[in-house]
Design a protein around this ligand. Structure first.
Ligand SMILES: Cc1cc2nc3c(=O)[nH]c(=O)nc-3n(C[C@H](O)[C@H](O)[C@H](O)COP(=O)(O)OP(=O)(O)OC[C@H]3O[C@@H](n4cnc5c(N)ncnc54)[C@H](O)[C@@H]3O)c2cc1C
Length: 436
């Protein structure tokens, strides 16, 4: 009989795990706490259109995502566009992101600009990253760019995303981020992708395929407890609907959220602590619809004392939408007092920021605004990060993964999809071997 496998979490990874399980002949049951699928890539209705709660674009290296689109018959819906980048420093907007713009950036000495370009080239040529796992990202960047270059170009980006954790990040993690964007270039020009209809398009198509393949999907079904039944005996999950036994459980929810589930299932407190100790920052992400664009850029980095953000993303400069759509992400540890501020406070701050960048923007030009929040939006990946992760299979019959498992790669749809599919193959193979 086909094994029944629970997949906890219906974000990109959970969806991909469930899909591959079904292809391998297993019977997946997908349990999602939210009222919709998609996780961080989920959408909502905003200003009369379906829009991601958080900006999402694709890079030329997102191979696992392209393969999924191909299988869903959506590959021809992917669009690519040359995008521009900007840098707003102390009240002035500069061009950024190309070799020419860096060379003409007179806020820094020529030598620092050359060091910046050399570092970018090194990130692209580097293949073996293991030695970077020992080094802190801030030390690595200071070494390459010098104190002045680091202070102007990077310090605020770290400070307004990671706050007190800024100095703990690993160089391997920041290298993989720089490389991913650096590789997304055609003829040296930054080239980013979007899907016609946005992320909801592939999520809807995958949901439909899952149902055709016999996958059971339960929305608004938070898993409250998970308990192993011992070697070869599967595991039991508790949701508000009651308890249910599965031949195996694969959790794809952020690792800190696994802690209360294991605890409620009676797991050893030392094991539970391995999950609750995982650090992550939250995100309060404002999206604004305006009458006019703020700049011509897709991404604008910000280094300005008045605004506690690393940058803004003018999404409609990538994907054509109704009105001009800009995301303003406020990342911070959820323990930061500012995270308790009401949505209106974040919206007011973000409008002030856009007006500083583009003084022609009047308050009346802001047509709609919304703030979405994700508690575990970005894991803090420190040095020797793999060693800090809990075991992949903490108890017999239970596998726990999230976006940290593909470190040093940063969280991403393609990474979650690729990893999730490979994991599903391995879990089915292991179950088959157990039964033989
Ligand atoms: C602001 C922002 C911008 C981003 N931009 C991009 C981008 O441009 N390109 C890109 O590729 N990626 C981007 N990402 C990252 C991308 O969204 C993630 O890598 C991807 O969504 C991870 O998928 P996942 O399934 O691993 O995790 P998640 O998306 O976190 O999914 C986890 C799921 O588990 C559910 N869950 C939680 N607790 C329970 C429970 N107890 N029971 C059942 N279900 C539960 C959650 O509701 C959620 O649906 C961005 C993320 C953010 C926050």
């Amino acid at each position: 009989m086909a094994p029944t496998i629970a997949v906890v979490g219906g974000g990109p990874m959970g969806l991909a795990v469930a899909y591959q399980l079904a292809l391998e002949g297993a019977k997946p049951v997908l349990l999602e706490a939210d009222d919709r699928l998609g996780g961080m890539a989920a959408s909502f209705q905003f200003a009369g259109q379906t829009l991601e709660r958080y900006y999402h674009f694709h890079c030329l290296s997102d191979q696992a995502f392209f393969e999924l689109l191909e299988e869903l018959g959506l590959a021809d819906q992917l669009r690519w566009k040359q995008t521009c980048m900007g840098f707003f420093v102390d009240g002035r907007l500069y061009r950024w992101g190309s070799a020419g713009s860096v060379l003409s950036f007179r806020r820094l000495p020529l030598l620092t600009r050359l060091r910046y370009l050399l570092h970018a080239a090194r990130c692209l040529s580097l293949r073996r990253w293991q030695h970077l796992d020992d080094i802190r990202a801030t030390d690595w960047l200071k070494r390459w760019l010098g104190p002045q270059g680091y202070a102007l170009l990077w310090q605020k980006l770290f400070a307004y995303k990671f706050y007190e954790h800024s100095d703990t990040l690993s160089a391997a993690w920041i290298w993989s981020r720089i490389r991913r964007l650096g590789q997304s270039r055609r003829w040296l020009k930054e080239t980013l992708g979007y899907l016609e209809g946005g992320s909801q398009r592939w999520i809807d198509a995958l949901e439909q395929r899952l149902r055709e393949l016999g996958c059971e999907i339960q929305l608004a079904s938070p898993v409250l407890a998970m308990r192993s039944q011992g070697p070869g005996q599967g595991a039991v999950l508790r949701t508000p609907a009651g308890e249910r036994h599965f031949d195996a459980v694969i959790s794809t929810v952020p690792l800190p959220l696994v802690a209360p589930m294991l605890q409620a299932g009676g797991a050893d407190p030392a094991l539970v602590a391995r999950y609750s100790d995982q650090l992550s920052v939250a995100c309060a992400c404002v999206v604004l619809q305006t009458r006019q664009p703020i700049t011509g850029n897709f991404w604008t980095n910000i280094n300005d004392e008045r605004f506690a953000i690393p940058g803004i993303i003018e999404f409609s400069n990538l994907r054509p939408l109704q009105g001009h759509i800009t995301y303003v992400p406020y990342y911070m540890p959820a323990s930061h007092p500012d995270y308790q501020r009401p949505d209106e406070a974040f919206i007011a701050d973000s409008i002030a920021c856009l007006q500083a960048i583009n003084p022609d923007l009047a308050r009346a030009d802001v047509l709609a605004a919304h703030c979405s929040r994700y508690r575990y939006a970005q894991p803090v990946c420190g040095t020797h990060f793999h060693q800090s992760l809990p075991p992949l299979q903490p108890l017999p019959g239970i596998t726990t993964v999230d976006t940290t498992v593909y470190y040093p790669e940063d969280r991403g749809i393609a990474e979650s999809v690729g990893y999730g599919r490979e994991l599903a193959r391995q879990v089915v193979r292991a179950l088959q071997a157990d039964r033989r």
